[in-house]
Design a binder for this molecule. Structure first.
Ligand SMILES: [Zn+2]
Ligand SMILES: [Zn+2]
Length: 433
């Protein structure tokens, strides 16, 4: 017996699956057409109570010749329905109950396991492999995300300094090693003595130090973008941490070096924004980076234009208002990093697989760890934020290069220029150790 055999039957009210489904309740009082008891829905093609449903199933599964002890015309009621099986069965058949709609024991078991699987999909749990993927990403993120900015060394606002000669990021032994391993990203890395500078004296929310005041008086002669050296250092610092994050992931290190470079170049702006968003205060519109605070105006004074900054600001509000947990931010970074469609990527398939693994882990994480009301649409909203950032990627590159043109001697570290450069390093021979 199969459903296909029944395709011509009037099945408008019922189906083989109905036997195991919850009964719908539209508030209307339903009456069993066999005995008049309260009905629970359509069973085997007729509105019946649970008692008559069970009776019909038993009668069909173990056929017995019933015999009416009276005249064969008993009126079946809720109270007498057990007294004459013959008339009860006759009534069942007369109202159209169909033996063909009874599922075999095998079909019932199959149906039950389908329902169990459906519930698993609705209430998913992270698999041990997914937990491991997430744990590794979070650990690597925490090692490479300096939320206190205690390792951030930057230039004071002094236009006479040559940016090429002062930058050095070797704040800790670990980052020095990782940077050397990634120095194929920046062949022209400067390695001179670090400039020490007190963090607390370099807030950009209105305070000006002596250098800056002096500088504004003759800005026409020397410089246009007052916060540029600092913003450039901040960007370099973020880039180095993001390189360390990527390099800390075995799945990333296992990729071809040319693909590693293409992925980092493609995702760098987005990953920086994700990291900055974790420090964004929606109430004040200020990024709180340890002892340093930044507002959008600092980017304006570094030479960036509203054409980029307005949508970027809106983006930071949108993403921050999703109130993501750290793990969700980290997975978001990884989805951005493992984007197979970045320019220059060669091994699309491998990277696509990595991205899918992380994206599914994020979805299952949200479905399993978030309470129902906030879970609604959170995953698609995160994906929408990733898409939104992509639209700004190109404009960022354009503006960095414009700023570099206006102020070539005093702006971005070669590392930044390398990240935004159009020419793909993928064409040069690999120098990975
Ligand atoms: Zn009944
Ligand atoms: Zn009878």
């Amino acid at each position: 017996m199969s459903k296909e055999n029944l395709s011509d039957w009037p099945l408008s009210h019922t189906s083989a699956e109905e036997e195991e489904e919850e009964e719908e309740d539209d508030g209307e009082l339903k009456v069993c057409q066999v005995c008049g008891d309260r009905a629970t829905g359509y069973h085997f093609n007729a509105m019946t109570c649970e008692g008559c449903k069970g009776f019909f199933r038993r009668a069909m599964k173990h056929p017995t010749k019933f015999c009416c002890p009276w005249q064969g015309v008993c009126v079946i009621t809720k109270n007498n329905r057990r007294q004459c099986q013959a008339c009860r069965l006759r009534k069942c058949q007369s109202i159209g109950m169909m033996k063909e709609l009874i599922m075999t024991d095998e079909a019932v078991e199959k149906r039950r396991s389908q329902i169990r699987r459906k519930r698993m999909v609705e209430e998913p749990l992270l698999s041990p492999q997914q937990e491991a993927v997430i744990q590794e990403l979070v650990n690597t993120h925490e090692k490479t995300f300096d939320i206190t900015f205690s390792h951030f060394q930057f230039r004071p606002i002094d236009r006479d300094l040559n940016p090429m000669s002062v930058w050095n990021q070797t704040a800790s032994g670990q980052s020095a090693t990782l940077t050397r391993r990634m120095d194929n990203l920046s062949s022209s890395y400067s390695t001179s003595t670090p400039t020490s500078f007190s963090s607390s004296s370099c807030s950009f929310e209105g305070e000006e130090n002596e250098n800056e005041k002096e500088d504004r008086s003759d800005r026409g002669k020397k410089t246009v973008f007052t916060t540029l050296p600092h913003v450039a250092d901040l960007t370099t610092y973020m880039i180095q941490n993001i390189i360390n994050f990527a390099k800390g992931l075995p799945s990333f290190r296992a990729l071809a070096i040319d693909d590693q470079i293409s992925l980092l170049k493609g995702a760098m702006f987005e990953m920086m924004q994700i990291r900055f968003n974790m420090m964004f205060n929606v109430k004040t519109g200020i990024w709180e980076c340890g002892p340093l605070t930044y507002c959008m105006d600092d980017a304006v004074r570094a030479g960036f234009q509203r054409h980029l900054l307005d949508p970027l600001m809106r983006f930071h509000y949108t993403l921050r208002n999703l109130q993501l947990q750290e793990v969700e931010y980290v997975l978001m970074q990884a989805i951005s990093l493992f984007s197979p469609d970045r320019p220059g990527v060669i091994h699309h398939g491998v990277i696509d697989g990595l991205q899918e693994k992380v994206a599914i882990a994020l979805k299952v994480h949200i479905d399993s760890k978030r309470a129902k009301p906030e879970k609604h649409l959170l995953y698609p909203k995160i994906l929408a934020c990733l898409t939104e950032m992509r639209t700004m990627n190109e404009e960022y590159t354009k503006q960095v290069l414009q700023i570099q043109d206006i102020q070539p001697g005093n702006s971005f570290d070669p590392l930044i220029l390398e990240v935004v450069s159009k020419d793909s390093r993928a064409r040069t021979p690999s120098r990975d150790a």
